[in-house]
Write a protein that binds this ligand. Structure first.
Ligand code: GLC
Length: 642
C-alpha cells in the first residue's frame, strides 16, 4: 500500500473531516519517511538545521494553498486513483502554436472537448531567455507566465475554467536545471558563493575532466561536453543539456528546500499533474553516467512525500526516457514502492512501435514488453507515439541479438529508414544529434510524415495515402487501448506533416526537433466535414475511438494487458480485462499485406461465444474463413467480449 492509499484509508476513518485535520494526518503519516529520505541524502550530523527548516516550511507552504484547492485535494484523495480512469485522454501542445496564447487556447476548449480530450499538457509557459531557450526548458522562473502567453491572471482564469469543465492540466517542473539568467545564476555570476553552490561550479577543469570520462553527451551536435566556462565568475559550471542550462546541485539541501517552494507555487496555480522533467539526471556522481542513481530516486520520493503533505491532489509524471527496466523504478520500488511518481512516460512502448513499423514485425516488441517488470498497481503509463522530443532507439541490445540481428546495424537501418536514406522508405524524418564518436543518432519528424503521409501526398499516390492513414490509426489505436493515459500530440489528430519553417529561424535551426512542433492547422480543421480528405478520415476515426474508450471501463488501467502470441510475426495482440467479465482484444497488423491469424485461442477466450464479434473500430462484424481471421494491411481490430 502506498502513502496515498494509506491517507485515503485513514481519512475515511477519521471523525474530523476538516482540511486542517487531514493535513496533520498526512504530516504524521509521511514524517518518518521524509526524515529518513532527507537524512539519507543529507547526513544528520551536518544538516540537522536544514531538516528543522523543512519542518517549519511544510506547514507554512500548506498555508499558501488556496482553500478551493485544499477541498479539491480532499476529494481527490478520497476518490482514489482518478488518473487511471478510462475517461483520461490527453493532448500535448505548444500554446503559441496551438492558438496564439492562453486566452486563445481557452477559445478552443470546445474543439478539444469535442475530440474527447480532458487532460492538457502545455509546453513551458514561464519566462525564459530571449534567443535560444530550448523551447522554454531553460527557465527564468518556475511560475511567472511569460508575457507572450498572457498574464498570471490569464493562467489562473484558465485553470479555474478547466476545473469547472472537469479537465486536468499538466505543466513542467524543470527540476534538473535553470537557465543561465535565473536569479540564482545571475547572483552566482556576480560572485556570490551561496549561489555558486546552488550549481556545480569549479575554479578549474580538474573535476570536470574527471566527470567527463564517464558522462554521456545529451546534445553532442549543438552542446558537446557537460561543462561551460563562465568568464564573469571565472568558473566552470555543469551544463549537461545546453550550455545555457545550469544543472542544480542537489547535494546542497538549500537547493532542495528552495525547489520545494517553487514546486508548491506551481501546484498552487491549479496544476493537477507536474511533469518532472529530466528527473533521471538529478544526482551526479564521479565515475558514473550520473543517470538513474539511487540518490535521484530518493530525491524524487522526498519531493513526492513533501508535496503529498502540502498538496496531495497534485501528482507527478516521470519524464525518464531511459532503459525500460529503469523507467519502472520511477514509480518507486523497494521501501519507496509506489511513492515516487504516479505516472511515467511509456517511452519503451513508443520506441518499439516505431521499430515495428519499420521492420513490419513484432518480435522485438513482444520480447521487450514481456521483460518490462510490472509497475506498482497505483501507477499508470502515459502512452504516446510522438511528443516534442526525438525518438531515441533505446532498445536492449540483448533482445536485438536474441532475434539474430546486429544491434549496431539494426539501429543504422532504423535511422536510414526514418531519415530519408532509403529510397523505398515512405518515411520523411530528420536525423537528430548524430554523434560520430558513438555512431548514435535519434529521429525526429511528425507522426504523419514518419508514417508516410507527407511523401504520399507529394506523390499524389492514393494507395500510399491510405496506407499511411491506416498506420496513423493503428499506432494511436494501440496507445488508446494499451492501459494508461493516451496522450495525443496536437496536430496528430489531423495528420499534420513536418513543419520546416524552423530552418529559417536562427534560434531554432540547430535543433531539428522543431520540425515536429507545428502550428495547429485550423484551416484544415474547418474542412473536416469533407469525409474524403485523409485528415478527415484520421480525425473522425480517432474521435470515435476516443468515445469508445470513454464508454467502457475495460479501458481503465486496473489490470495489466495480457500479450498473446499469434504465430504470425506481423501481428501484435493483447487483451484488456476488468474485474467483471468484460474484455477487449486488440489485434494489429504491422504488415503492408493482409495477414491471417488462427482463431482457436480467440475462441477459447470467449470472443465468439455470442457469434461473430464486432470490431469497435470499423463498427463491423468480423468474419472467419476456414477458422482464420484476416486483417487488412495495417489494420487494428478492437474486439469486445460482452
Ligand atoms: C526534457 C524535455 C526536452 C528538453 C530537456 C532539457 O527532456 O522533454 O525537450 O530539451 O528536458 O530540459
Amino acid at each position: 500500500m502506498n502513502q496515498a492509499s494509506l491517507h485515503r484509508l485513514l481519512s475515511s476513518k477519521s471523525e474530523d473531516q476538516s482540511p486542517e485535520s487531514f493535513f496533520q494526518l498526512r504530516m504524521a503519516t509521511n514524517l518518518s519517511l521524509i526524515q529518513n529520505l532527507f537524512f539519507s541524502l543529507y547526513p544528520e550530523e551536518k544538516h540537522a538545521s536544514s531538516f528543522e527548516h523543512l519542518m517549519v516550511l511544510l506547514p507554512k507552504l500548506y498555508e499558501t494553498r488556496p482553500e478551493e484547492l485544499k477541498l479539491q485535494d480532499m476529494e481527490r484523495v478520497s476518490s482514489g486513483n482518478w488518473y487511471q480512469s478510462e475517461q483520461m485522454v490527453g493532448m500535448q501542445m505548444y500554446v503559441e502554436h496551438f492558438n496564439k496564447d492562453l486566452n486563445g487556447l481557452l477559445e478552443k476548449l470546445p474543439y478539444l472537448k469535442d475530440f474527447g480530450v480532458n487532460f492538457l499538457h502545455l509546453m513551458p509557459i514561464t519566462t525564459r531567455p530571449s534567443g535560444e531557450n530550448d523551447g522554454g526548458y531553460a527557465v527564468n522562473s518556475y511560475h511567472k507566465v511569460d508575457e507572450r502567453y498572457g498574464s498570471q491572471k490569464d493562467l489562473l482564469n484558465l485553470t479555474k475554467k478547466l476545473r469547472k469543465e472537469g479537465m486536468y492540466l499538466m505543466l513542467d517542473f524543470v527540476v534538473n536545471h535553470t537557465s543561465n539568467e535565473f536569479p540564482w545564476a545571475k547572483k552566482a555570476k556576480k560572485g556570490e558563493k551561496k549561489y555558486q553552490d546552488f550549481y556545480y561550479t569549479y575554479p578549474d577543469e580538474t573535476i570536470p575532466k574527471e566527470f567527463e570520462k564517464t558522462l554521456p553527451e545529451v546534445f553532442p551536435e549543438t552542446s558537446p561536453g557537460n561543462y561551460t566556462y563562465i568568464p564573469e565568475m571565472k568558473r566552470w559550471v555543469m551544463t549537461v543539456f545546453n550550455s545555457y542550462q545550469w544543472d542544480l546541485n542537489y547535494t546542497n539541501p538549500e537547493v532542495f528546500l528552495e525547489m520545494l517552494e517553487q514546486l508548491v507555487k506551481l501546484s498552487n496555480l491549479g496544476v493537477d499533474v507536474i511533469r518532472f522533467d529530466a528527473l533521471a539526471f538529478l544526482w551526479k556522481k564521479m565515475g558514473t553516467i550520473s543517470q538513474n542513481l539511487a540518490e535521484a530516486h530518493m530525491l524524487v520520493s522526498l519531493f513526492r512525500m513533501c508535496l503529498q503533505v502540502v498538496a496531495p491532489g497534485t501528482i507527478f509524471l516521470a519524464e525518464a526516457i531511459v532503459a525500460p527496466k529503469e523507467i519502472v523504478k520511477y514509480f518507486g520500488e523497494g521501501i519507496h514502492y509506489g511513492n515516487e511518481c504516479e505516472i511515467a512516460y511509456n517511452a519503451s512502448l513508443m520506441a518499439l512501435l516505431w521499430n515495428s513499423i519499420a521492420t513490419k514485425k513484432t518480435i522485438l516488441l513482444y520480447k521487450s514488453l514481456e521483460n518490462v517488470p510490472d509497475k506498482p498497481k497505483d501507477g499508470t503509463w502515459l502512452n504516446y507515439i510522438r511528443c516534442h522530443d526525438d525518438i531515441g532507439l533505446g532498445y536492449e541490445n540483448q533482445f536485438i541479438e536474441e532475434i539474430g540481428w546486429n544491434p549496431g546495424q539494426h539501429r543504422k537501418f532504423l535511422l536510414d529508414y526514418y531519415c530519408q536514406r532509403l529510397d523505398w522508405s515512405p518515411a520523411k524524418g530528420l536525423l537528430f544529434m548524430y554523434n560520430p564518436k558513438t555512431d548514435d543518432g535519434r529521429i525526429t519528424g511528425s507522426a504523419a510524415s514518419l508514417l508516410g503521409l507527407e511523401k504520399a501526398i507529394e506523390e499524389n499516390n492514393d494507395t500510399l495515402i491510405n496506407a499511411s492513414v491506416s498506420k496513423v490509426i493503428l499506432l494511436h489505436g494501440i496507445v488508446l487501448a494499451f492501459g494508461g493515459i493516451p496522450m495525443f500530440y496536437a496536430g496528430d489528430e489531423i495528420g499534420t506533416i513536418n513543419d520546416y519553417s524552423f530552418l529559417e529561424k536562427d534560434d531554432k535551426k540547430g535543433d531539428s526537433r522543431w520540425v515536429n512542433r507545428p502550428y495547429q492547422d485550423w484551416g484544415t480543421i474547418e474542412k473536416l466535414s469533407k469525409k474524403k480528405l485523409p485528415q478527415s478520415k484520421i480525425f473522425h476515426t480517432l474521435k470515435r475511438m476516443v468515445q469508445i474508450r470513454k464508454e467502457s471501463p475495460v479501458f481503465a488501467d486496473k489490470v495489466q494487458p495480457a500479450l498473446y502470441h499469434t504465430g504470425n510475426h506481423h501481428i501484435f495482440a493483447f487483451e484488456r480485462t476488468d474485474a467483471s467479465s468484460q474484455g477487449l482484444l486488440v489485434l494489429c497488423n504491422f504488415d503492408e499485406n493482409s495477414q491471417v491469424v488462427d482463431t482457436s485461442w480467440i475462441m477459447k477466450l470467449g470472443y465468439f461465444a455470442k457469434g461473430e464479434p464486432k470490431d469497435l473500430v470499423s463498427n463491423k462484424k468480423v468474419s472467419l474463413q476456414s477458422g482464420l481471421l484476416q486483417l487488412d494491411p495495417y489494420q487494428i481490430l478492437w474486439l469486445k467480449r460482452a
